[in-house]
Design a protein around this ligand. Structure first.
Ligand code: SAH
Length: 311
């Protein structure tokens, strides 16, 4: 089978059968590290909604919402934006029943509709966020013209070619990006895509498996580890076709949106130990040595719009 088919099958099982996030899980994400992440990205989306004339009905969409933490923080932070919650129709794109249940709990005070494809969106302006969603989508791998595959022999999986001179293509992610960008161009709106990845020259083999916060062999225990590939931001930018801005480094983006000021405000009403946790969370998100540079942010707006806040 292709690497993409393997990745899709493994991740479908993996996400359907567990909550992978947090200390007791396999990996941790920005919204689980600090509330500032969801607050600032939520405020960014509300700012774009206002800049486009505060449309009276719109979809607020998250793709791959995990535990629902980001959306919870985003909605709390935008409560004070006049008309925003009243005009919003909250939609979540999620395949995992386990995570859907956690999202239902986290967002119990809001009406939520779950969808399975971007094509199910109604013809309304779309304000969307995706954090660590695109990296979970399947990639194909090639050595020259030949597709690298995964085969089975003597009770184990193996790659049909070594991990050298590999190029990756992410059709699944590009097709979702194309749909989002077309929708936004047609009906208005804005999207933020945050993920770890590269912009420019390809990186070779980036398929990786993470289990219990450590790297493991992607072919061992299929469906029991988180399989990801680095996101090719230049390919996503091309797929967005004209409305893309960035990518900018996550640290730069969050600082431009006032992450440090927000942390200082939170610290004012926090005990010293709590304040230390707030500051170290912020440091993890923005420091180039941690997530600040590897993680990147891409914005999508209707064609011809000037660069939005943070870009
Ligand atoms: N955004 C969250 C979770 C990231 S984990 C956070 O930052 O914490 C990846 C998320 O994408 C999970 O919610 C997972 O179930 C979802 N997901 C993975 N593949 C998907 C697919 N093909 N369709 C819809 N959701 C998917």
């Amino acid at each position: 089978m292709t690497v993409a088919d393997y990745m899709a099958a493994c991740n479908a099982h993996y996400y359907a059968t567990r909550d992978p996030l947090g200390k007791g899980g396999d990996f941790t994400t920005a919204p689980e590290i600090s509330q500032i992440f969801g607050e600032l990205t939520g405020a960014w989306l509300a700012g774009q909604w206002r800049a486009q004339g505060s449309p009276a009905a719109f979809t607020l969409l998250e793709l791959g919402p995990g535990r629902g933490t980001l959306m919870q923080d985003a909605l709390r932070a935008t409560r004070g934006v006049p008309g925003f919650h009243g005009a919003m129709q909250l939609r979540l794109l999620e395949i995992s029943p386990v995570l859907r249940a956690l999202q239902r709990e986290a967002l119990a005070e809001y009406a939520v509709e779950w969808i399975e494809t971007v094509e199910a969106l109604p013809p309304l302006p779309l304000f969307a966020i995706a954090n660590e969603f695109f990296d979970a989508l399947p990639v194909r791998q090639f050595v020259g013209e030949a597709e690298r595959k995964i085969d089975w022999r003597d009770g184990g999986f193996f790659f049909t070619a070594p991990a050298q001179d590999i190029t990756e293509t992410g059709e699944a992610g590009e097709s979702i990006m194309r749909l989002l960008a077309n929708h936004i161009n047609r009906f208005g709106g804005a999207a933020l895509v945050v993920d770890y990845g590269y912009d420019g020259s390809a990186r070779g083999d980036t398929l990786q498996a993470v289990r219990a916060h450590a790297y493991t062999d992607p072919l061992a225990d299929p469906g029991e580890a988180d399989l990801t590939a680095h996101v090719d931001f230049s390919a996503l930018t091309r797929a967005a076709g004209g409305g893309a801005h960035g990518p900018v480094a996550q640290g730069v983006f969050l600082k431009r949106l006032g992450a440090e000021l927000r942390a200082a405000t939170l610290c004012k009403s926090a005990a010293p130990a709590q304040c230390e946790a707030i500051l170290s969370g912020l440091e993890r998100l923005v420091s180039p040595a941690q997530m600040g540079e590897l993680f990147k942010v891409l914005a999508v707006l209707p064609h011809g719009f000037p660069p939005p806040a943070g870009f």
